[in-house]
Design a binder for this molecule. Structure first.
Ligand code: FO1
Length: 313
């Protein structure tokens, strides 16, 4: 058996997780998901990255919008607005069922891990999907306008304030989800894949947990990351903007630096092929391939490249 641990958060990450689920036997794939974006809204526990990952793995995600469910309707939001309720954070009618059910299960004592697994099973997902921790970790974006809670920055302010720093409240004391720890200690672990998620917003909260950081430092298995940049830009989201604001080069080498010294290999896009030597100079291996994932075939192809790199290690 050869197990794979994927670290995932956000839309790009969820796409590669779906590709990996197509090429790795379901019992061998564990997808660990960022919970730094989680917050309570209208009395409901919202776990955006878990939901993006579950919807992508189940083929229920909205491809155009990038978040939430496909074939969505918005009657709840319309009525909420008519009642004077907050409409800045949109919950579609179909999506709402996930949050209400998660809230009900949590209120009856189920952990976030249990609920996530129940949701995954109900959606017909074969691989294991787990939150990075069952303890609360909250990403705070320190901006030129002061500290902002993650969703206030991301959705409320549309990522406009300039980022000065990121804080991951609770990460230092959060217990790493036990299945992740088991995978990291397993002699069968063949690779840790860092999906093409935002290094600061999606992967940063995970790496801020000492148990995960230490396990990666020990070299449990090769760490292979897929760069979220294509031609110096993110497909979606503020990765490049944040890199500029943090005075980092918006290049593949800049991404490699986020994960060094933990990183063995960085997969970069063909349009960034000229940056391969810069990545090698950072001290890790580099693989050049097409990293855009517009459809299932592309997701599966990229996942195959990643798994072939692992096998060839
Ligand atoms: N993103 C938005 O840009 N606007 C929204 O109104 C919004 C609502 C929303 C509801 C549920 C959910 O699971 C995700 C939602 N997202 C929304 C996406 C989410 O805030 C971000 O994509 C992630 O937190 C960043 O990875």
């Amino acid at each position: 058996m050869s197990r794979v641990l994927a670290l995932c958060g956000g839309v790009g990450g969820a796409k590669l997780a779906a590709g990996l689920a197509d090429v790795v036997p379901s019992g061998d794939l564990l997808v660990a998901v960022n919970t730094g974006d989680d917050f309570e809204h209208l009395g409901l526990p919202i776990c955006p990255d878990i939901d993006s990952t579950l919807y992508a793995l189940a083929g229920l995600n909205d491809v155009q919008r990038g978040w939430g469910r496909c074939d969505e309707t918005w009657n709840f939001m319309t009525c909420l607005g008519e009642l004077g309720g907050p409409t800045w954070f949109r919950l579609g009618d179909r999506d709402l069922a996930t949050h209400v059910w998660r809230g009900a299960r949590r209120a009856s004592g189920a952990s976030n891990t249990q609920v996530t697994q129940e949701l995954a099973t109900a959606m017909g997902i074969g691989c294991q999907v787990v939150p990075m921790s069952d303890d609360p970790v909250r990403t705070v974006v320190v901006t030129d306008e002061g500290p902002l809670a993650f969703q206030e920055y991301f959705v409320g302010r549309q990522c406009q304030p300039a980022v000065r720093a990121l804080e991951y409240h609770g990460a230092e004391s959060a217990t790493l989800q036990p299945q992740i720890l088991d995978a990291l200690r397993s002699p069968d672990l063949s690779a840790i894949v860092i999906c093409p998620s935002n290094p600061w917003l999606s992967i940063g909260p995970m790496l801020a947990m000492p148990a995960l950081r230490k396990a990666l430092q020990k070299g449990s298995a090769p760490v292979i990351a897929v760069s979220p940049l294509i031609g110096g830009r993110a497909v979606k989201g503020p990765t490049a903007k944040i890199m500029r604001e943090l005075n980092l080069p918006t290049t593949a080498a800049g991404i490699a630096r986020c994960y060094l010294p933990l990183l063995s290999t960085l997969v970069i896009d063909s349009s960034d092929a000229a940056q391969r030597d810069d990545v090698l100079a950072e001290g890790c291996d580099a693989i050049v391939t097409d990293t855009l994932m517009p459809d299932r075939a592309a997701r599966r192809r990229l996942a195959t490249v990643v798994m072939d790199a692992v096998a060839g290690d």
